[in-house]
Design a protein around this ligand. Sequence first.
Ligand code: SF4
Length: 393
Amino acid sequence: MPAIYVHIPFCQQRCWYCDFITYANKASLIPQYLEALLQEIRLLGSAAPETDKEVGSIFLGGGTPSLLQPGQVRAILSAIQQRFEVRPDAEITLEANPGTISLGKLQGYREAGVNRLSLGIQSFDDIELAGIGRIHNAKIAYESIELARLAGYKALSLDLIFGLPGQTLQSWEASLDAALAAPARHLSLYSLILEEGTFLASQVAQGAVKLPEDDLTAGMYELAREKLAAAGWKHYEISNWALSAADESRHNKVYWQQNDWLGVGVGAHGLCNGWQTANIETIEGYISAIGDEPQSLEFPLSPTNASRLRVDTDDSMRTFMIFGLRLLEEGVSEAEFQLRFGQGMGKVFGREIERLLKRGLIERVDFPDGPHLRLTHAAVPIGNQAFMEFVES
Ligand code: SF4
């Protein structure tokens, strides 16, 4: 059963830290883009074998999907519903950014079928928000949460960033408190990554902006772990917390568990039926590729692919370990590994596992389907050290 990721590559303006595939000042292309997107969905849906039609989750991400009107979101979801079999209990998430939403829009998205909202709050501090070029301030962040509540979204997720320019432990704690006071049931807390080529990276390189020291950023993560645990939140993935198991992001778990998903739209990546696909990254290129002569392509390939790779078993086993270890409770299942790859985890990665067990970075825990490996509590902030063992040298 695949999940479907739909990329909406439009933003009002580019945030200073952002290197996502998104474009500012191209909103006039939205109607044409949506035509192309619907066409890609139809092509994939027509080519999908009956066994690959059932869809358990849909994620509209970006970019800023909340720049779309409800009717446009409805058109995307209807196209998916017409060509695939979307389960009645499917999780359908839309990413929304404060500053681009209204009550009418949020209600319209719900009526179109969206049942989970992910709000890009990032911080509740005006200076911090201005320091990363966001279009909203703290007041708009609070208002957005209230709009989501009024529109009836029970499954509400908030994104926050730590390690921001000028951020202190106190201001981070204030943002966490504000998030905890909100009616959210899911939180994604990301450490700011300084991406090459971004405006923020050039500011830092010139010395015009200073980022918090690594120790302080690590302290912010630690503070979040402690506060959220004390408030009864479940830390289920390195950067994600949920109020209960039912509030975990089903869609993102598809990625972490390396199950099948289709990626549609500009720059979207997919992993399905043994293929790894990545779409063309420009809006114009994408629109033009979908208009090319129809080709009969094997599912899940699309004329909009910039790359198509057959999944390599060795890579796939490594990725399974790295992504699976991000799941802090279940980690990776030895039985699942055997089922997928036809060989034992211990046989393939025996030495790596022994080293990590010895260093106290992972532990073996019994589950109903047998032993699982997962990060130890102490290893969570330094998970990368464990992942490195599975990176091909
Ligand atoms: S809103 Fe999100 S996707 Fe758009 S520029 Fe800002 S960080 Fe990037």
